[in-house]
Design a protein around this ligand. Structure first.
Ligand code: PLP
Length: 463
């Protein structure tokens, strides 16, 4: 039975949207409706519901792109129906993916950038899993060749993003995570040497640590491992988690050596949808040379037509993000990326300077020595009458989302507050933010919170 008679349907398109029957009654929320509904009305109901989400441009907790130019929107629309895995049907999308791989291999100074391997992923998480798997396979091949047991692999890292905890658990690798200490937030060569043994499949420095935005010292760690190899014969590869830094450092600090210029760095992951400036849903993993990716991790599928190599955890996936990444690489070039990222770094330093002047905060990071654009700070010791969680909570009432969270390891008693600055942010927005932040601090100075919120009560931000 049709939901509406012809007369009613005509009536529906004639009367105002919010006077229609679908608008006047509650829509089903946890069951699919029995009947079809008018698409305009349903569109507006869904659209309106999304008003309850935060404003993504004011979300200073995320590393991901929230501003995309009109041509990215156009290309995404044009690619909406293209499955990137159908490489035979959409050979030009496949070609574009391939170009991006070699552009990035070249940007990361691979000695064989024209012939090396890599692929797009859904983000750095999938890219990290693939990089980690290649390390595990290589290690196991080495061990089996030497006739040694290969049952207890371990991976050494600093305070990593959750994807490495997932990798370790999903793929049965012991994670030797070096927690932070007061005054030492990064993985150090000394800590690596303490933990390394013959079962270490690799070391993963993070180039742009989630907690602090800092770069871990890849070169120093590599040099310590060079020395270890000379002394003990252990040859330990490095995978760099450059989710953010991979699209920042090559442009704003090209002389900083962290990439394939270091022979020990065998693979790198980077998020296209973070500082790669592309829409959500794209990351990349690149190997130094094709020999660094074990052949038997590559599957060949023939049921799409042609013989297509694939190395991924996913199968079907939209092609638009890849195309948009290519557009961004061409459109911005080195100059564009450099200027955009530098502007964001400058805004971050500017905000840190203003926040410091408020008198309550110690600046932990302002991006001036290199790192991800943004800033983070802690409360100075002593009673301020408010916590960082209170501030995050209060400034949310103006729409800004600013993360507060504890550090890790022995530094877990330190709470930090962090702002990320991305493409689409201006000095004007920085001033608006600083004004709102100042107002919140002044409010708490006049109305101290007697019983500060615990992290749980404040809701916490998870990134
Ligand atoms: C964001 C991030 C990840 C996860 O990347 P996605 O692209 O969100 O999957 C991994 N590592 C680091 C250092 C990150 O910043």
């Amino acid at each position: 039975m049709p939901l509406f008679t012809r007369k009613e349907e005509n009536e529906n398109s004639r009367i105002g949207l919010y006077a229609s029957a679908d608008s006047r009654e509650s829509i089903p929320k946890y069951k699919i409706p029995e009947q079809a509904q008018d698409m305009r009305t349903v569109y507006h109901l869904v659209h309106d519901e999304l008003m309850l989400d935060g404003n993504s441009r004011m979300n200073l907790a995320t590393f991901c792109q929230t501003w995309l130019d009109e041509y990215v929107h156009k290309l995404m629309d044009e690619c909406l129906d293209k499955n990137m895995i159908d490489k035979d049907e959409y050979p030009q999308t496949a070609e574009i993916e391939n170009r991006c791989v070699h552009i990035l291999a070249d940007l990361f100074n691979s000695p064989k950038s024209a012939s090396t391997l890599g692929c797009s992923t859904t983000g750095s998480s999938e890219a990290a899993m693939l990089g980690g798997l290649a390390l595990k396979w290589k290690w196991r091949q080495r061990r089996e060749k030497e006739g040694k047991p290969a049952g207890k692999p371990n991976l050494i890292c600093g305070a990593v993003q959750v994807c490495w905890h997932k990798f370790a658990r999903y793929f049965d690798v012991e994670l030797r995570e070096v927690g932070m200490e007061h005054g030492r937030y990064n993985l150090t060569p000394e800590k690596v040497l303490e933990l390394v043994d013959e079962n270490t499949i690799g070391v993963v420095p993070t180039f742009g640590v989630t907690f602090t935005l800092m770069y871990e010292p890849v070169l120093e760690i590599a040099e310590a491992l060079d020395k270890l190899e000379k002394e003990k014969g252990l040859d330990i590869p490095i995978h760099v988690d450059a989710a953010s830094g991979g699209f920042i450092s090559p442009f704003v600090s090209p002389d900083l050596v962290w990439d394939f210029r270091i022979p020990r760095v065998k693979s790198i992951n980077v998020s296209g949808h973070k500082f790669g400036l592309s829409p959500l849903g794209v990351g990349w993993v690149i190997w130094r040379e094709k020999e660094d990716l074990p052949e038997d991790l590559i599957f060949r599928v023939n049921y799409l037509g042609g013989d297509m190599p694939t190395f991924a955890l996913n199968f079907s996936r939209p092609g638009g993000q890849i195309v948009a990444q290519y557009y961004n690489l061409l459109r911005h070039g080195k100059e564009g990326y450099r200027k955009l990222q530098q502007a964001c770094l400058d805004h971050g330093a500017y905000i840190a300077e203003k926040v410091e002047k408020l008198g309550h905060f110690d600046i932990l990071y302002n991006g001036k020595g290199g790192g991800v654009p943004g800033a983070c700070w802690t409360l100075k010791p002593g009673d301020h009458g408010f916590t960082l969680y209170d501030l995050s909570d209060k400034i949310r009432s103006r729409g800004w989302q600013i993360a507060s969270y504890p550090l890790t390891g022995a530094a877990a008693d330190i709470t930090v507050q962090r702002v990320l600055i991305r493409h689409g942010f201006s000095r004007d927005m920085a001033d608006l933010l600083v004004n709102d932040y100042t107002r919140c601090v002044r409010y708490f100075e006049e109305h101290p919170v007697r019983e500060p919120l615990t992290q749980q009560e404040a809701g916490g931000f998870h990134h």
